[in-house]
Design a protein around this ligand. Structure first.
Ligand code: FES
Length: 130
């Protein structure tokens, strides 16, 4: 077991973790944030997506110990107090939930994608460069 410090949704955490534990399991089972879901557990579905230091991360494939000092945002961290983030509101207004299981991952992925586009970071949806 190893000590780990990281920040999740603006709250600092000091935990002790098994080196085999994933970020997803740490967040769900130790920090009791149940928004991120374990779907495939193989990096294919995105239900577990969190924002780590501003980047989309499949937390089921990422070992918790590799996130020392990182800033992690889960779906629980998107809202501002009791007010939903505009993207969450848009999901409601556009009936974008489907079954709802992976919605938290879709929201985190979309949030990070929008920030990546603002920073002009190339991605699969980026057009031709200048
Ligand atoms: Fe499916 Fe992580 S649970 S990508």
């Amino acid at each position: 077991m190893y000590p780990l410090q990281l920040t999740v949704n603006g709250t600092d955490h000091d935990v002790v973790v098994d080196p085999r534990r994933t970020l997803l399991d740490l967040v769900r089972e130790t920090l009791h944030l149940k928004g991120p879901k374990k779907g495939c557990d193989h990096g294919q579905c995105g239900a577990c997506t969190m924002i780590v230091n501003g980047r989309r991360t499949n937390s089921c494939l990422s070992l918790a110990l590799s996130h020392a000092g990182d800033k992690v945002t889960t779906v629980e961290g998107l809202a501002n107090g009791g007010a939903m983030h505009p993207l969450q509101q848009a999901f409601i207004e556009q009936d974008a939930f489907q079954c709802g299981f992976c919605t938290s991952g879709q929201l985190c992925s979309a949030m990070a994608l929008i920030d990546e586009l603002k920073e002009e970071i190339p991605s699969a949806v980026t057009g031709e460069g200048p």
